[in-house]
Each structure stands twice: as C-alpha cells, then as structure tokens.
Ligand binder design. Structure first.
Ligand code: SAM
Length: 243
C-alpha cells in the first residue's frame, strides 16, 4: 500500500482524495471571502499577474483545472472572446457549483466539467493553454496530473501553475507564525473550521519548492519552464511550454 502526505499527516494514497474533498466541501461556501481575508486580497494580484503572463488571444482554447470558484476561468473568458473557449473544471462538486453559479450571476456561461486532473476527459492536443491555480498542491499524484496537462495541450501550448511555494528565508519565521497561529484562527472565526486552514498551511510546507516543481514539469514533457516568484516566493508562477 502506498502512502502520501495529507498536510503533515501520512495517509494511504487512496484516502488522500477523500480527505481533500472533505476540506473543500467544508470551505466552499466561504471560499472567496476566506481567500480575500487570508491573503489580504493579494490572491487577486497573483491571479492578475498569471493572466497577464498568459496573454491569451481571441480564439484560443483554455482549460482551467482545479478551477474552484472560477477566478481564472472568468479572467480568461473575455480575452479569448466568442471564437475561443474556456472550460472550467474541478474534482469537487461543491466548489465547481459555487463557481458556476457565481459566473452565471455575472452573465458568464462557461462549460463546466467535474473531473480529476489525474485523468482528464479531453483528447490529446485540445488546448492552447492549461491553468491550475492553487490546485496542484492538493493532488495525490502530481506527476500524473502534470503529464495529463501536457497531454491535453497542443504542441507549443503552455501550462501555468500558480501555487504557494517556498518563501524567502528572511521571511520564513513571520510566515510560519502567520500560517500556524493566525490562519487557523481566522478559519475558525469566519468559516467555523480551523482544521481545513491548518491543512492549508501544512500542505504548502510539503509541496515541492520552485526548483523541484520546475524539474517535475520538465519530466512531464515541458521542454522549457520559467519560474516567476511572487511576494518573495510565498507564491510562484511556473510557466511550462510543451515542446
Ligand atoms: C485552493 S482551491 C483553488 C481554486 C481556484 N483555482 C483558485 O485559485 O481560487 C483548490 C481546488 O483544487 C481542487 N482539486 C483538488 N484535487 C484535485 C484534482 N485531483 N483534480 C482537480 N481538482 C482538484 C479542489 O477541489 C479545489 O477546488
């Protein structure tokens, strides 16, 4: 039986997905509010940066994986225009519904698919751009998910992985204090759930850092990978080109 991380716990591989589902079932109703509170609104700037780097053009086809409440899918919808396509996907029904309802309320009707990044239901070479924002960290087999992302991209297509990463050393004590002392308390007050936010902090610590993730993307089929550190490495944007 293989084991993997669930935050700092070691769990059977088969149990991880259901534990992650439990976290996102619990946080879905307050997800957007918590994102703004926890990051002091910075997640909007990190996503805006990723969208600017993506520079998608009219007519392009974009797949947003682990799309949750739809921030990235929404941002790509306008530049691809009526001739393009943005598919909004997530493995978690509560998160996907929350996103779909929110996009519809804003007048955006995007195709939404409930699917696991590790087994994408799309043909090879379908998309110009694949994005995954703050989702890779939660996946059980990250190598398998990255290989799937490479498979569904057209040759020359790009993968954008926006994810928490390894913060610059001088900030690490303050960042740890915030993550382990402050964050779970905000989670308890606002969402009545400290444990999910403790998982968030732990899952960031066990996620591969900038260089390791770059190497994983290269192994998965991205011939060229650029790394952009944001907010002193609290977050990193990895941009891989399938070649
Ligand atoms: C922190 S949320 C990010 C949502 C959104 N992308 C954003 O940036 O606000 C992480 C999302 O990853 C999804 N997720 C976790 N494991 C997944 C998997 N194997 N395949 C697809 N989505 C997954 C969760 O359901 C959750 O909605």
């Amino acid at each position: 039986m293989s084991e993997t991380h669930f935050g700092y716990s070691t769990v059977d591989e088969k149990a991880k997905a259901s534990r992650v589902r439990g976290v996102f079932d619990s946080v879905a109703p307050k997800y957007d509010l918590m994102n703004d509170l926890m990051s002091l609104g910075l997640h909007r700037a990190w996503k805006a940066y990723a969208v600017a780097v993506a520079n998608v053009r009219p007519g392009q086809k974009v797949l947003d994986i682990a799309g949750g409440t739809g921030d990235l899918a929404r941002a790509f919808a306008k530049p691809v225009g009526a001739s393009g396509l943005v598919v909004h996907t997530d493995i978690n029904e509560a998160m996907l519904r929350q996103g779909r309802d929110r996009l519809i309320d804003e007048g955006l009707l995007l195709p939404a698919a409930l699917c696991d990044a590790e087994a994408l239901p799309f043909a090879a070479g379908s998309f110009d751009l694949v994005s995954v924002g703050f989702g890779l960290r939660n996946m059980t087999h990250k190598d398998k998910a990255l290989a799937e992302m490479a498979r569904v991209l057209k040759p020359g297509g790009r993968l954008l992985v926006l994810e928490f990463s390894k913060v610059a050393a001088p900030l690490s004590r303050a960042y740890d204090f915030y993550s382990f002392k402050v964050l779970p308390r905000i989670g308890q007050w606002v969402a009545g759930d400290a444990a999910s936010y403790r998982y968030l902090a732990e899952s960031i610590r066990v996620h591969p850092g900038q260089a390791e993730l770059k190497a994983m993307m290269k192994t998965a089929g991205f011939g060229h990978v650029d790394v952009h550190n944001l907010s002193a490495g609290v977050v990193a944007l990895h941009v891989g080109i399938k070649c």
